[in-house]
Design a protein around this ligand. Structure first.
Ligand code: APR
Ligand code: ZN
Length: 283
């Protein structure tokens, strides 16, 4: 493992445009359970996963009823865990790599807001945020406190409506079966096209379209052709991407050799070690 940590640090220092992709695994050390790990939410409660697959359809069919049910019942344990959670050394390590100018962006599947809390600036929340609301018609986002949901419930004025287009408002968190908001989807694809290093942390890499991003980077062309202003024909070389996984267990990216190597273990332990090695190399 130590050798791979040094190798990852060297690859990062030599990179021109490194990005990070993260999943629930990076937040388990912040006491937020993941989904498909050994003690994951879906692993322990497959029924809950089945219900999650129905949520988006039931919201579209009857948004009033959906909001009444979600505001009247007890607050889900997952939401309480999110609200209490603090970043761990894994989040801080990625923020530090950004401050050092090595990491250009973090593309996360997590809705917990912990990357920003740790100080990361350029974060793309691919599956949205549980701390924001979004209009399903125009895509506008709002902070939660811009709507008094309890007052709307008491006054029988649910669902909340978009002040810009009167569309239905829902949590910004992306539900199963819901399209990824086009802004984060486009920006994430651009990052996958541009990067020459992808550091993939704490994801089982089985949920699409996010799991497609490493494949996009791996399969992109390594040459662009074109004519200069003066009409000279030229071929520009695009460096092939280096894909590194930091995860507790192998994933389809490992098995299909989409990634170059896997550093197996906890992100909260391995990522800070990589930062230490980067500092040594840069000295
Ligand atoms: N360090 C490294 N890896 C970890 C750690 C840790 N501390 N804790 C867990 N893992 C690994 C697990 O072994 C698993 O391989 O992280 C991975 C987490 O995978 P999932 O639980 O499937 O989470 P994720 O990939 O983010 O899920 C994607 O699925 O349920 C939906 O919308 C939800 O965004 C989520 C998406
Ligand atoms: Zn709207």
């Amino acid at each position: 493992m130590e050798e791979l940590v040094v190798r990852a640090a060297r690859d990062l220092v030599n990179s021109r445009y490194a990005i990070a992709l993260t999943g629930a695994g990076i937040s388990t050390e912040s006491r937020i359970p993941d989904f498909r790990g050994p003690s994951g939410i879906w692993t322990k409660d497959p029924e809950a996963e089945r219900r999650a697959y129905l949520a988006y359809q039931s919201l579209l069919e009857d948004p009033k009823r959906w909001w009444e049910e979600s505001l009247s019942g007890p607050r889900p344990r997952f939401i309480e865990d999110l609200e209490k959670a603090m970043p761990n050394p894994g989040h801080y390590a990625l923020a530090e790599l950004e401050t050092m100018g090595i990491l250009k962006s973090v593309l996360t599947q997590n809705v917990d807001g912990l990357h920003e809390k740790a100080g990361s600036k350029n974060v793309l929340e691919y599956h949205g945020s549980m701390f924001k609301l979004r209009c399903i018609s125009c895509g506008s986002r709002f902070a939660q406190d811009e709507f008094d949901l309890e007052k709307l419930r008491v006054k029988d004025k649910l669902p909340p409506r978009c002040p810009k287009c009167t569309g239905v408002i829902k949590s910004d968190g992306v539900f199963f079966g819901e399209p990824i908001p086009s802004d984060v989807s486009h920006l994430s694809l651009e990052e996958a096209w541009k990067c020459d290093l992808m550091l993939i942390c704490g994801t089982s890499a089985v949920v699409y379209p996010f799991a497609e991003l490493p494949r996009v980077a791996r399969q992109r062309r390594t040459e662009t052709e074109g004519k200069t202003e003066t009409g000279i024909y030229m071929v520009e070389k695009i460096p092939a991407v280096t894909i590194i996984e930091v995860n507790a267990e192998p994933t389809p990216l490992t098995e299909e050799r989409i990634s170059d190597y896997l550093i197996r273990g906890k992100t909260g332990e391995i990522l800070p070690k990589i930062v230490e090695e980067v500092k040594k190399i840069r000295q």
